[in-house]
Design a binder for this molecule. Structure first.
Ligand SMILES: O=C(CO)COP(=O)(O)O
Ligand SMILES: [Zn+2]
Length: 210
């Protein structure tokens, strides 16, 4: 894809997330690997109103080259890419149901959500909770980096999901699947549920290797 097409793709997918209430205010950020480094959404920008020409371009070392100043989570994105050579895009949101789950006291911090559906297993799989640090804190980037070799998706405590994937469309789909599964999980709180069995999860991992 040409640089112009990648920029258009970021703007279009970000607006779609915003228009469906998955991002609001100036929350969340997106990055995509390009030939000369990374394109990132600018800090303080609304996903509903991005300008393709003003997206931040960072060089392979993460230095700001052009466009507006990058997201304050640029180091977090870089820390994840450093551990996931196959990743070409990262999406971070403050999507409501995922954030709600990230605030719960009694969750399994090693794997926050149960395997309720096949698509959750196929697109997300395991989801560890990253301890709370302030947005943009280098310690947050470090904590994500430490988990990223084993996990392409993590949930930041009292904050929101971070998902990497081979392409921006895959990162967006996985983030949406995570949000919908968090919504299901909350809706089912008072009811006895029947998640997929370990055998069913293993079968999906065989059929759809990530
Ligand atoms: O979600 C955010 C911080 O975690 C938004 O920050 P930026 O506006 O700097 O991207
Ligand atoms: Zn955030």
């Amino acid at each position: 894809m040409s640089d112009a097409k990648i920029r258009e793709d970021i703007v279009r997918r970000a607006a779609s997330l915003y228009n469906r209430g998955l991002s609001f205010g100036s929350s969340g950020n997106i990055s995509v690997r390009v030939d000369d480094g990374w394109l990132m959404t600018p800090t303080g920008s609304s996903m509903g109103d991005l300008d393709p020409a003003r997206l931040s371009l960072l060089d392979p070392e993460g230095r700001h080259i052009s466009g507006d100043a990058p997201t304050k989570e640029a180091f977090l994105h870089m820390a994840m890419y450093a551990k996931r050579s196959g990743a070409s895009a990262i999406v971070h949101l403050h999507s409501t149901h995922s954030v709600a789950v990230s605030c719960l006291k009694c969750i399994d911090q090693k794997d926050v959500l149960p395997p309720l559906t096949a698509y959750y297993v196929m697109r997300v799989g395991k989801l560890p909770l990253v301890p709370y640090f302030a947005p943009g804190d280098l310690e947050l980037a470090k904590a994500v980096g430490e988990m990223a070799s084993d996990h392409h998706a993590v949930l930041l405590a009292n904050h929101g999901p971070v998902v990497s994937a081979r392409s921006l469309s895959d990162a967006v789909y996985a983030t949406e699947e995570l949000e919908e599964t968090a919504k299901l999980f909350l809706a089912l709180q008072a009811m006895e549920t029947r998640p997929l069995t370990a055998d069913q999860v293993a079968d999906l991992q065989r059929r759809f290797p990530s």
